[in-house]
Design a binder for this molecule. Structure first.
Ligand code: MG
Length: 181
């Protein structure tokens, strides 16, 4: 039985590796089915970075998010996070784990640990950016965490990590560009 409609007809590759475009497309479809659009993550990235870069645009953030979605570690984290959330919704784990995930217990911390594992790719400030989003819970992070219909214990942290990585990727790009000014 498949959990997500977007993966109904999915055929695995022999190697279980996928190219950048495939990883990005699968991630976008899975996120969408769980209620997260690329624009939602782009806004979180903008939120994390706009006070440091006054000319930052949402479009720039969106491009950075799409690049992050081509990374294998990000792809694997999205696959894992969404599948765990759905399995908890369907009560497929033994107790007490299922109830801990379902209620997103504050001190569970495995969800944050998974997210932090993908946040250092463009510099350790990515982890600081993640902490900011995790504590302040803006926009989609808040909506996911307070969604009573679905479990998003892992997904809220993964989208924060993707946004945090996008923000630091943009910061690194602007730093490089400023050398040539
Ligand atoms: Mg969480």
């Amino acid at each position: 039985m498949k959990h997500l409609k977007c993966l109904d007809n999915f055929i695995n590759s022999k190697s279980n590796y996928y190219n950048e475009e495939q990883m990005q497309l699968i991630s976008i479809s899975m996120l969408k089915e769980r209620g997260v659009e690329i624009d939602d993550i782009a806004f979180l990235s903008y939120y994390a970075q706009c006070k440091y870069l006054p000319n930052l645009t949402l479009d720039e953030c969106k491009k950075a998010v799409l690049e992050i979605l081509k990374k294998r570690e990000t792809f694997h984290a999205i696959l894992f996070a969404i599948n765990v959330d759905i399995c908890a919704e369907k009560h497929m784990f033994d107790e007490p784990l299922n109830a801990i995930i379902l209620s997103d217990v504050g001190l569970f911390s495995i969800d944050e640990t998974l997210a932090l594992s993908i946040c250092g790719d463009y510099g350790s400030i990515g982890k600081t950016n993640f902490g900011n989003l995790d504590i302040n819970k803006p926009a989609k992070v808040y909506q996911l965490q307070n969604n009573k219909e679905h479990c998003h214990c892992f997904l809220d942290d993964i989208i924060s990590a993707i946004a945090a990585n996008s923000a630091i990727k943009i910061a690194q790009l602007h730093a490089n560009n400023s050398i040539n000014e």
